[in-house]
Design a protein around this ligand. Sequence first.
Ligand SMILES: Cc1cc2nc3c(=O)[nH]c(=O)nc-3n(C[C@H](O)[C@H](O)[C@H](O)COP(=O)(O)OP(=O)(O)OC[C@H]3O[C@@H](n4cnc5c(N)ncnc54)[C@H](O)[C@@H]3O)c2cc1C
Length: 385
Amino acid sequence: MTSTRIVVVGAGYAGVTAANRIRARAGSDVTVTMVNPIPEFVERIRLHQHAAGADPATRPLAEMLHRDVEVIVGSADAIGDREVVLADGTVVAFDRLGYAVGSGPGGGVPGVEHAHTVSSLDGSIGLRDALDRARPGAVVTVIGGGLTGIETAAEIAERRPGLVVRLLSSGVLAPGLSGGGRDAALRSLDRLGVDVREHTAVTRIEPGELTVAGGGTALCDVAVWAGRFVVPDLARRSGLPVDEQGRLRTDETLTVVGRPDVVGVGDAVAPPERVAHHLRMSCQAAIPLGVHGADTVLARLTGREPKPLSIGMTLQCVSLGRADGVVQVVRRDDSPRQLVLRGRGGAWVKERICRGTVGLIAKYAGFHRGMPGPKPQSERVGVSA
Ligand SMILES: Cc1cc2nc3c(=O)[nH]c(=O)nc-3n(C[C@H](O)[C@H](O)[C@H](O)COP(=O)(O)OP(=O)(O)OC[C@H]3O[C@@H](n4cnc5c(N)ncnc54)[C@H](O)[C@@H]3O)c2cc1C
């Protein structure tokens, strides 16, 4: 009997979830192989903690994956017809492919290469080294007032009290939070001594100096870029359909149009707006996307019709150091409600979620379906297709 070869590229939250779920649920005539550049799972949602001085945010992949998932350590360089070519020339044949390469640090301003990042493991190691070398009183400037920038500034301020920490945001801080959530985050940052400057867009980064819109400059010993994430260009390079950000375009089942053998999950994919307009790049979305992608593959293996995507968001969680946090309750479409948990309670919930995430996706990834999504856009009153 010939087996069906399923290959998943990228062992992040979405890829690990998908590989484990397929392996746990498919028959013995299916093989599942994971391709990842390192034999470790990177807990990206903890990289700001690691950069500031906490324990490594990695776990052996063997701890995370179902024991019957084979691991190939390597980086996919091209996806062809039923084969993935790795950077070292190895060819990995597949019958069905899971595309789960995630996201990483983005560009956005000239000189961004002079800034550190918490978006990748290498980035967080580099930032940690820079913080270790920084003299007392050195200025650390975090650029980007989204959730990652806020968490990073707070974590550094708490763990490195000898440094001056600034947080620059081109608009208001954390625009996705409610007024109450934002106020709570601002108060906490103030308590930690973070110098927050809203409506301050950085236009150029040079070693030791930042230029802001309007032409002013500011001294900066360690710059940290916390702008939006960008995706690898593997799909584009491989001639697969992508959106303007380079994310793999899929249909509502997460299948690539014209390539029924390729399913995409996680940050690196762009399902139709109709069902995915509200999904921000997040582990919160990546896990149910991994579940859904796995279910699409499993359905096709058994001749069933895969279902359309329906994922609801529930929370936006921001850690503000280890003893403070903001947990913002959101509607299924990710818009904020007025309900906010702050302070120690917020920190406790966020920490429980981070810990729970690993258990949720490890080995079987069998239990998590998540909330159903909001009504698809064309079905909502007053919204045309
Ligand atoms: C500091 C920080 C804090 C965060 N906090 C939160 C939070 O509190 N809540 C939340 O929901 N989200 C949070 N996020 C966002 C979240 O981490 C990402 O959205 C999530 O990791 C996306 O999961 P993924 O599986 O799509 O991709 P990733 O986790 O990025 O994994 C992608 C995997 O693919 C691999 N890969 C890439 N290219 C290749 C290739 N060519 N060949 C083989 N493998 C490849 C990568 O090495 C990686 O292992 C945070 C992110 C950061 C950086």
